[in-house]
Design a binder for this molecule. Structure first.
Ligand code: NDP
Ligand code: MG
Length: 382
């Protein structure tokens, strides 16, 4: 029986993780969970599963009265307290954004393995995460579907014989639109992802291709592969979740339906595979076309920026990530247009003071600086 601590329980990955836990009571037990502000979904979860600890952004007195046996925590300190709790085996980090970084480090430093959906953690501080992994001898299991696919395609092969990683990209909501057509797209348009139902931030990141850029940096840190040996391939069907090419030009791929519970339960129960409940297998009784196209970096400039920023390294990926988080939220709030997201991310990276070997505090500062920089740009527009 594996004891799970789940951060970001009320989100897209979080609720699917709950589904995996509920479907496999013989394998998993939930010790505690963290929600943010979505108390309605939290209540639905608490009606289904028993937990010892709950963290929310703000204090929930009604819930405290309703569940006197649960220990309630709040805010960022509450997330850290859950991370360092000793009554669990695996942290599932399904938080969105930079807020996921400190709890990941805290969990590792208190000797816990981590299943990571929160890619922003690796983008900001991949070097520190890898150092912690080494120092505390803990494991890091990717949940992101591309990285889970690569993780699976690497099994049984010598990592030294890898030639390149091929990360597939669906292209997001606007993949068939020209740059001119992007001028006046709306939030509702951006939130219609063709293949996956996900949280708002990552769905918009998919439309700008920032998501794929973040994933390139995530892959670099997870699998210790140079940026020049990572290639992004447009694959509109989202059936091939990514591939590894070896020196003999053999390619190993992982295929399946677009269902995040597959990588979630693989990360949670590695190296074992367990049945996926309430789902169907890929249907080969119908004709299925799988297409692969090269990426047009002119069309998706944020992906190019991510490669460049990843290569330069230091504090710049943290700047790019924070500028994107702020601009993405501003687009969700109707404060800026879709194309202004990339404009602002480019401006922040260009204006940042590059520190090649930042301390963790300098990475946190870079995050704060970039948010303020974008906030100023938005303010200046008024
Ligand atoms: P969602 O927005 O659906 O969920 C985010 C979760 O984090 C919610 O539970 C939210 O709480 C919580 N949260 C956000 N901010 C805070 C905060 N300051 N303090 C505490 N909790 C907070 O995101 P997704 O599930 O889509 O994504 C989660 C991560 O997984 C992201 O890094 C994303 O890139 C990655 N990922 C997601 C995929 C998907 O299919 N969704 C696929 C691959 C990767 P609340 O809602 O209660 O406020
Ligand atoms: Mg992904």
């Amino acid at each position: 029986m594996k004891k799970i601590m789940l951060l970001g329980a009320t989100g897209s990955i979080g609720t699917q993780t709950i589904d995996v836990i509920v479907n496999h009571p013989e394998l998993f037990e939930l010790t505690g969970l963290a929600a943010g502000k979505n108390i309605k979904v939290l209540e639905e979860i608490l009606a289904k599963v028993k937990v010892k600890y709950v963290c929310t952004t703000n204090r929930q007195e009604q819930l405290e009265l309703k569940y006197p046996e649960i220990v309630f925590l709040t805010g960022e300190e509450g997330l850290l307290e859950l991370a360092r709790n000793q009554d669990y085996d695996l942290l599932v980090n399904a938080l969105v954004g930079f807020v996921g970084l400190k709890p990941t480090l805290e969990a590792m430093a208190s000797n816990h393995d981590v299943a990571l959906a929160n890619k922003e953690t690796l983008v900001v501080a991949g070097e520190y995460i890898n150092a912690a992994k080494h120092e505390y001898e803990v494991e890091l299991f990717p949940i992101d579907s591309e990285h889970s696919a690569i993780f699976q395609a690497l099994r049984g092969n010598d990592p030294k014989t890898v030639r390149r990683l091929l990360i597939t990209a669906s292209g997001g909501s606007f993949r068939d639109k020209s740059r001119e057509e992007l001028e006046d797209v709306t939030l509702a348009d951006a939130l219609k992802h063709p293949n996956w139902a996900m949280g708002a931030k990552i769905t918009i990141d998919s439309a700008t291709m920032m998501n794929k850029g973040l994933e390139v940096i995530e892959a670099h840190w997870l699998f210790d592969v140079d940026y020049d040996d990572i290639e992004v391939v447009l694959h509109k069907q989202s059936i091939v979740h990514s591939m590894v090419e070896y020196q003999d030009y053999s390619i190993m791929a992982q295929l399946g339906n677009a269902d995040m519970r597959i990588p979630i339960q693989y990360a949670m129960h590695y190296p074992h595979r367990v049945p996926l409940k309430n789902s169907d297998p890929l249907d080969f009784s119908k004709t299925m076309n799988l297409t692969f196209e090269p990426i047009d970096f002119e069309r998706f400039p944020l992906l190019r920026l991510a490669f460049e920023t990843g290569k330069k390294g230091g504090n710049l990926p943290a700047v790019m990530n924070a500028a994107n988080e702020h601009a993405n939220q501003a687009f969700q709030d109707g404060k800026i247009g879709f194309l202004e997201i990339e404009e602002m991310v480019f401006s922040a990276v260009a204006a940042a003071n590059h520190i090649e070997k930042p301390t963790l505090d300098q990475l946190i500062e870079a995050d704060g600086w970039a948010r303020q920089f974008v906030a100023n740009l938005i303010e200046a527009k008024k």
